[in-house]
Write a protein that binds this ligand. Structure first.
Ligand SMILES: [Zn+2]
Length: 158
């Protein structure tokens, strides 16, 4: 089964980077830790947090619930910690999860996006993905390439 995450808002930036890599990473923006634990348990998600109290919960100490205590403040170091701790793949499924809503993207027929994207993009890109929730369109243009390079920098750092 694929690994899924619930990301505490004290390490919220991790959610976006995990989505770029193609992992299902739900952002928990509430205040109630108990609720986060409940969702993690119900949906079989690994908790990523900076809150050491969560690590002391029985569900976590007993191993029923998996959680990673994030040590660093720097997002790149945080990402490297998660990747190393859980043996993740930086190139797991790029271009498959909406960076805004964490929904799986669907491939969109090129003709359907003709009116929706800039003419230059339409001429140069052939693969388009759409989020079923926010209807944002994704293509592997310059923005995407910049993010991929950024990710490679993180991956290359020791
Ligand atoms: Zn979306």
């Amino acid at each position: 089964m694929e690994i899924k995450f619930i990301v505490d808002n004290n390490v919220g930036k991790l959610a976006k980077w995990l989505r770029i890599m193609g992992y299902d990473a739900l952002l928990f923006s509430g205040e109630d830790d108990g609720k986060m634990v409940k969702i993690a348990l119900a949906q079989n998600r690994v908790i990523l947090t900076k809150d050491s109290q969560i690590m002391k919960r029985r569900l976590v100490t007993s191993g029923r619930l998996k959680a990673v205590l994030i040590k660093d403040d720097d997002i790149k170091a945080q990402l490297r910690q998660v990747v190393n701790a859980l043996n993740l793949d930086y190139h797991f499924k790029p271009f498959s999860v909406c960076l805004e809503c964490n929904q799986w993207l669907h491939e969109k027929d090129k003709e359907e996006v003709r009116e929706l994207v800039p003419p230059y993009v339409f001429r140069t890109q052939s693969l388009y993905m759409e989020c079923p929730s926010c209807h944002r369109l994704y293509w592997r243009g310059t923005h995407w390439q910049a993010m991929t390079r950024e990710l490679e920098k993180v991956a290359g750092a020791k």
